[in-house]
Design a binder for this molecule. Structure first.
Ligand SMILES: Cc1cc2nc3c(=O)[nH]c(=O)nc-3n(C[C@H](O)[C@H](O)[C@H](O)COP(=O)(O)OP(=O)(O)OC[C@H]3O[C@@H](n4cnc5c(N)ncnc54)[C@H](O)[C@@H]3O)c2cc1C
Length: 519
């Protein structure tokens, strides 16, 4: 068999893998150092996907924070729509009256805060304290190192005191510090925790604050299809001399003694390398590609951490092509992120279903993300309705064993979601639907390879966040697992971090967040 050797193999050509590939390509002479990305799907991009049905174009993703520093670094240009007044809409249905209360929020820094203060004047003082403190804490995040040595830890105690003192708090516990317990305010903040797949009372406070402040600074979506982002990254990677195998699945990671030696592909061929970055689901990497016995023999504590890791939720999405943009505009739907929910705590009520692997979503308890891109920026108006949090349940087995029953169940749930949106937001929605496409948790499993169809990787609970997070360096020499994505920015940052580790700080200088100026 031909002996193929690469200096670096990256598993997965999602945003994370492409970022790692680009960072490596930019910092090495690829005539001498060869890098290969292996991707099982026919196109790169992973979860960042666009697709067309009868001339209607849909995107999986809807909004990202400012990634311009990273794109500049890569030498990739993408044109963006910047969200301002059309940032976030929270539609709260009052369970006793069925009335819908809308909270329409601006992006644009201070405007966001002032608006929330205006909405809840009785809480103004507490909110001001919360915002001032949170902004200062957000700025501290830029001073964090991902793998600090002793002196850096001592320095961080002084330079990042807020991060240090809140590192083990959930967002709910953090809110209590400011005496904030107004359920409607909690719901608005839940919109940001929900973007990471967790309820306020489970998520690490630092993540909700990080997401809220990143998006509050700038929130975008590409003017063209969302998948332009990975496509342009892929093109740049090729320009720099990187290699990419599409439609090729990695079936095994080879380990000898305590180090990686290569991968086995689905056609049985072997590619050798001493450096592997896996950007696929961590459990799939360790359980399916490495093998837990090998991992346990090297570090039983790490193996236990992998096995006990809680993953984030999956989802169920109905994508609709609409014949009349006016019905969407009238309902106030075009925005960066829309949320329709009944009462205040549906997310918290639905969340335990993940642990029990059961479907609890209903007309009596729902939490629906709305993706409605500006109709002015596309030929045909579209609307996507996403139900979360949802477990993977039995969807994969059903899809594989009884396609008719699978489709029947899928369409029934889609009908329920459409009815909810029609009842509370878009009257006569059904009459205006031209195209309908439905994705179940099995769809997400298929696209990402994550056995739980998790949208945001590992759950960022305090026990697995910050200093407690699963380290990128694994007990297997040469195997890096930069999988702590939480969105497009997070995925890019993770890929950069893995290469920073390989190249001794050449990309991020050991910082937790990439900045162009970072030292
Ligand atoms: C419906 C939806 C909406 C979202 N909306 C937003 C949003 O608005 N804003 C935002 O910031 N984020 C959003 N996200 C999250 C964001 O898309 C992800 O966090 C990010 O794209 C993850 O990138 P990744 O490269 O780490 O992983 P992935 O995108 O999962 O990529 C992993 C890649 O590895 C490949 N792979 C898996 N197994 C193998 C194997 N054995 N061999 C070879 N290849 C393999 C997969 O095919 C995949 O291409 C959304 C996600 C979903 C699903």
């Amino acid at each position: 068999m031909e002996h193929i050797e690469k200096d670096l193999i990256i598993i997965g050509a999602g945003i994370n893998g492409l970022s790692a590939g680009l960072a490596y390509a930019l910092n090495n002479d690829l005539q001498k150092k060869r890098v290969l990305i292996v991707e099982k799907n026919p196109v790169s991009g992973g979860y960042v996907r666009s697709f067309e049905r009868k001339g209607y174009r849909f995107d999986t993703c809807q909004m990202i924070s400012n990634i311009s520093d990273i794109l500049d670094y890569f030498g990739v240009e993408v044109d963006f729509h910047e969200f301002k007044q059309d940032f976030v809409r929270v539609f709260r249905v009052d369970p006793s009256t069925d009335n819908v209360k809308t909270f329409a929020l601006d992006s644009d820094g201070k405007a966001f805060e002032e608006q929330i203060i205006r909405l809840f004047p009785a809480e103004a003082q507490k909110l001001r304290k919360f915002f001032d403190y949170s902004l200062a804490m957000f700025h501290e995040i830029y001073g964090l190192k991902y793998n600090p040595g002793f002196l850096e830890i001592v320095r961080m105690l002084v330079t990042c005191p807020k991060v240090v003192s809140n590192r083990n708090k959930t967002f709910s516990a953090y809110l209590k510090m400011f005496g904030i317990d107004n359920p409607e305010i909690e719901l608005i903040f839940q919109a940001f925790s929900g973007m990471c797949g967790l309820p306020n009372d489970k998520i690490a406070a630092l993540l909700t604050v990080g997401v809220m402040y990143s998006l509050r600074e700038k929130a975008y979506r590409p003017l063209g299809p969302f998948e332009e982002l990975p496509q342009k990254m892929e093109r740049r990677y090729y320009e720099l001399g990187g290699q990419l195998y599409l439609k090729t699945e990695v079936e095994k990671i080879l380990v000898e003694k305590d180090a990686v030696t290569g991968i086995v592909l689905n056609d049985g061929s072997v590619v050798h390398s001493k450096n592997i970055i896996s950007t696929i689901d961590v459990k799939a990497t360790m359980q399916d590609l490495v093998g837990m016995d090998i991992l346990r023999s090297l570090n039983s504590q790490y193996a236990e951490k992998i096995e006990s890791l809680q993953m984030t939720t999956s989802a169920f999405t109905v994508s609709l092509g609409i014949d009349n943009a006016d019905i969407l505009i009238k309902a106030g739907l075009p925005c960066g992120y829309g949320l329709l929910t009944l009462g205040n705590d549906c997310y918290t009520q639905l969340y335990p279903a993940i642990e029990n692997n059961e479907f609890r979503f209903s007309e009596k308890c729902f939490y629906i993300g709305i993706n409605c891109p500006p109709p002015s920026e596309r030929d045909k108006p579209v609307l996507s309705i996403m139900a979360a949090p949802l477990p993977v349940e039995d969807w994969v087995r059903l899809r594989n064993t009884d396609r008719a029953k699978y489709n029947q169940r899928k369409e029934k749930i889609a009908d329920m979601l459409i009815s909810i949106v029609e009842k509370y937001l878009v009257p006569d929605l059904r009459k205006h639907i031209v195209v309908r496409d439905v994705a179940s948790p099995a769809t997400y499993v298929r696209y990402s390879g994550s056995p739980t169809g998790s949208i945001y990787d590992m759950a960022a609970v305090p026990e697995n966040f910050g200093a407690n997070r699963l380290p990128v360096k694994t007990p297997i020499d040469g195997l890096l697992l930069p999988k702590f994505a939480h969105g497009v920015f997070g995925a890019m940052n993770s890929g950069l971090q893995a290469v920073d580790i390989l190249l001794d700080g050449k990309v991020m200088h050991g910082n937790s967040r990439f900045t162009k100026m970072g030292k």
